[in-house]
Write a protein of this length. Structure first.
Length: 306
């Protein structure tokens, strides 16, 4: 596919949006990829990393292999993701600590609109489709209600497994890879490894992520190629079920003490803004939710215009 410089800049911006979403334990970068219209191309490009690619590299050179890989697309996208994680991680962490209701409200509106966007791509609704929708929603909802593991494991095999599972969630719309890491008890050890430059742990997570990404992307690519309609239905259900995790108003049921001796929420329950303990910031929350919702409608309109 021939792209202009402007198109690659736009791709990098989409990557930044994916990176920002993946930093938040509850929002999926895969959802951002889907609503921005690059999801299937991303799966196809990742699936291009196979033995055939290395054969092309050996026999026909780097330029041909790069084109077969769709390298420019992946470079622009992952550059944006990397820039976002490095530059926005602290900002988003600060917002989660100081303005959680407002941040979650924006993401809630964004994800709510993405449900409508993805559901509109479904061409046929029947009994099987509705069953898949319900199963997907119930499964995602169940995942959001699970309690994180108290014990934290930092062994090589566990970090490899955590990386593989989390990366699968990151490219699956509706399921947050960061949230999966929290559930597994691997979120804090990985952040600590990055901050302390523990390259052994980083390598284990990275290797697991590569293996998980290359294998799971092929599964999703096959599903889109053979059962696209049902796959879209299931993904819609996943995102519907995940709304529980990003509901802005939460009641903390239990706390745990982190490694710094601070009490942090451990188990939370979604509640009405009128039952929220604290300032629900209802007006600003609604406005930000509408802003997130409108952003998706705007992106859809731009895509349709093109």
């Amino acid at each position: 596919m021939n792209r202009t410089t402007r198109s690659y800049i736009l791709l990098a911006l989409k990557g930044m949006a994916m990176g920002a979403a993946d930093v938040v334990p509850g929002v999926s970068g895969g959802t951002i990829a889907f609503i921005s219209g690059i999801y299937e191309e991303l799966l196809q490009s990742i699936s291009n990393i196979n033995l055939s690619l290395f054969k092309t590299l050996k026999e026909e050179g780097f330029a041909k292999a790069w084109k077969q890989l769709n390298g420019n697309f992946l470079l622009a996208l992952f550059s944006g993701i990397f820039i976002s994680i490095v530059s926005l991680a602290k900002v988003i962490s600060w917002l989660l600590d100081h303005h959680p209701v407002l941040l979650w409200s924006f993401f809630f509106g964004l994800v709510l609109a993405s449900i409508i966007y993805i559901a509109k791509q479904v061409t046929k609704w029947n009994v099987i489709a509705f069953i898949l929708l319900i199963i997907g929603a119930l499964l995602a909802y169940y995942i959001t209600t699970l309690n994180p593991m108290v014990s934290e494991n930092s062994s090589f095999f566990f970090m490899f497994l955590a990386g593989a599972i989390a990366i699968c969630a990151m490219i699956l719309p509706g399921i947050s890879g960061s949230f999966i890491l929290v559930l597994l008890g691997a979120y804090k050890p990985i952040l600590s490894a990055v901050n302390s430059r523990n390259f052994a742990t980083i390598a284990a997570v990275g290797l697991g992520a590569v293996v998980g990404l290359l294998s799971f992307s092929r599964v999703l690519k096959w599903l889109f190629a053979n059962y696209k309609n049902y796959t879209l239905v299931a993904l819609t259900g996943f995102i519907v079920g995940s709304l529980n995790k990003i509901w802005p108003w939460k009641k903390v049921l239990t706390f745990r003490t982190n490694s710094h001796g601070e009490k942090v929420p451990f188990n939370e329950l979604s509640v009405s803004p009128f039952s929220y303990e604290g300032d629900p910031q209802l007006l600003y929350a609604v406005l930000l939710a509408l802003a997130g919702f409108s952003l998706i409608l705007f992106l859809e309109r731009v895509a349709n215009t093109k």
